[in-house]
Design a protein around this ligand. Structure first.
Ligand SMILES: [Zn+2]
Length: 247
């Protein structure tokens, strides 16, 4: 029996200047797609990070009041490794982010502030594929990002934003979802993978609490394995995949 080759992923669009990545937690982008971010900033594109929480509920042995500021510092260092200098936090509560108009408004405001053509988020679907259940925060933020990309362009949905001087921005052309189990597009991770490893390693407190494995071995193994697996659908180059929604 001959094996059927998996359907190939399309290259991500590259005719854009500004991207905005909006995710729930510190480390979501580093697990999801920072090799792609490194290659984009290398090419002179501007990428900004917005996080719904400070990940303050992410480490069992650290109380939120201590954990939040620590993870914020780790996230800023991690972003810097892949050429991202602007990192903002929306101050929703880690673990119990609610999908709804408050979240959509905060994300729409970020889209209006930064005026991106490409918006990135993390898997908004119920699972990571198969029976690996996703977390409610990722689902809430991912869905709200897909919705807020449209809200940002409508003057009348959140009129209070216009009153604050944030004019509508209808320039979002795509929302790209990292970590989706139904990817459509990919970015070559050959040049960005080493920095992606260093970027994820900046989340040291979180990783040390997560695994007994040597942090570098764990991080390199995870990201390289994912990139190789994705590469099977992208000409056998290490790659990062996205599910791309055009607007
Ligand atoms: Zn997360």
């Amino acid at each position: 029996m001959t094996e059927v080759a998996p359907a190939q992923l399309e290259p991500m669009p590259d005719d854009w200047r500004r991207a905005l990545a909006v995710v729930a937690h510190p480390d979501d982008l580093e697990y999801g797609c920072s090799a792609a971010v490194a290659s984009w900033t290398d090419a002179g594109r501007e990428v900004t990070y917005v996080l719904a929480t400070r990940g303050e509920a992410g480490v069992d042995t650290l109380a939120p009041a201590e954990c939040g500021p620590l993870r914020e510092r780790e996230q800023r260092a991690s972003a810097a490794v892949v050429g991202v200098s602007t990192v903002e936090f929306l101050d929703h509560r880690d673990g119990v982010i609610e999908y709804g108009t408050a979240l959509r408004r905060d994300i729409a405001a970020a889209v209006r502030r930064h005026r991106p053509e490409l918006v990135i988020t993390l898997n908004h679907r119920d699972t990571w594929g198969g029976t690996f259940w996703n977390t409610p925060d990722h689902v809430a933020v991912g869905r709200a990002v897909l919705d807020a990309a449209g809200d940002a362009g409508n003057r009348w949905i959140f009129p209070e934003l216009t009153e604050q001087g944030l004019e509508p921005w209808s320039g979002v052309r795509w929302v790209a979802v990292a970590g989706s189990s139904s990817p459509t597009h990919a970015v070559d991770a050959t040049d960005g993978l080493d920095r992606a490893v260093r970027s994820l390693l900046e989340h040291r407190a979180y990783i040390e609490a997560l695994t007994d494995q040597d942090p570098e071995e764990y991080v390199r193994g995870f990201l390289t394995g994912n990139a190789r697996e994705t590469g099977k659908r992208f000409g056998d180059r290490p790659a990062v995949s996205f599910e791309l929604f055009s607007r």
